[in-house]
Design a protein around this ligand. Structure first.
Ligand code: SF4
Length: 305
């Protein structure tokens, strides 16, 4: 309790806002000022009037907050919080893809570094990927780095998506879910609704009643009049889902859907980071200005779940 009181005191004193992703530890979710998915957190980072943003998520998310709010201090409590998917694409890769596809627009998932975003035409999240692709004048799209999300988008647009043969990015957490796991649970709970994140493999997505982002999953579970739900995304989201739906039975699709990178931030590191105002996230102005345009174009597109 003492540490929570200290965090509360410090956030007030420093005029700080704590933003947390739905995959963070339960205690971090509970203490956050705002809990959401990548798109919701980006919008919040852009609109907050706090002086300090403590970003409880992974590195690319804190970078995105800094790009959108360059005058604010942005802190990531534990710098080990990286994203393996974001690390699967580099600036050199984008340059190569551009030279091989001169007629294409390049769309990057928000799970990319600031340097990569700076080289792309527009970015997207799992909430708005289809809308972003459909908004582009070009008929050919290079989509990266997530092959599963890209494959999902290709099935929901008339545009030609170039990705998986060129690109081989994936989220290890979501690829841990196998179709056999889902089939087994469906046998056990024949009336259950299965809702999956589009970072899951195609085999898994074919079994889903609904494919949607984390905020879409939260909405789906709340709105659907079913009792049993099989949740096909990172298991920490179950904390929020259970709090918001105490009368529903929420079943993780696989206990292997655990992202360690999302669990480095804890109450101790959050407290230390607020106390010392570090580790601070910086993005060089040259990269920031270009990456801002890539993100801002996305934020101007409405969302649908
Ligand atoms: S769940 Fe996947 S995409 Fe999200 S931070 Fe972890 S590795 Fe990256």
């Amino acid at each position: 309790m003492e540490i929570i009181e200290e965090i509360n005191r410090l956030r007030k004193e420093k005029h700080a806002v704590i933003l947390a992703h739905n995959y963070q530890l339960p205690e971090i979710q509970d203490i956050s000022d705002f809990l959401g998915d990548s798109l919701e957190l980006s919008r919040k980072a852009a609109s907050t009037d706090a002086d300090v943003i403590v970003f409880c998520g992974v590195h690319f998310m804190a970078e995105t907050a800094k790009i959108l709010s360059p005058l604010k201090t942005v802190i990531l409590p534990d710098l080990r919080s990286g994203c393996p998917l974001a690390n699967m694409v580099t600036v050199q890769d984008i340059k190569k893809l551009r030279s091989e596809n001169p007629d294409a627009s390049v769309v990057c998932y928000i799970n990319t570094s600031a340097e990569v975003k700076a080289e792309c035409d527009i970015c997207c999240t799992s909430s708005n990927a289809v809308d972003v692709v459909n908004s582009l004048p070009s008929n050919t799209i290079v989509f990266l780095p997530d092959r599963n999300l890209g494959n999902y988008v290709s099935k929901h647009t008339s545009k030609k998506i170039r990705l998986w043969r060129i690109w081989d990015g994936f989220c290890p957490t979501h690829e841990n879910l196998k179709a056999e796991d889902v089939l087994q649970l469906k046998k056990q709970y024949p009336d259950a609704r299965f809702v999956a994140h589009p970072e899951c493999t195609e085999d898994v997505l074919k079994l889903a009643d609904k494919v949607t982002s984390t905020s879409g999953i939260i909405k789906y579970v709340k709105d659907e009049p079913a009792k049993n739900f099989i949740i096909g995304t990172e298991t920490a989201i179950l904390h929020r889902l259970k709090k918001e739906n105490p009368d529903k039975n929420l079943i993780p699709a696989s206990r292997q859907m655990f992202c360690q990178n999302m669990k480095y931030n804890n109450l101790e590191s959050l407290y230390e980071s607020l106390l010392n105002m570090e580790p601070e996230i910086e993005v060089p102005k040259k990269i920031r200005d270009k990456a801002f345009l890539t993100i801002d174009k996305m934020l101007k597109i409405g969302r649908k779940d």
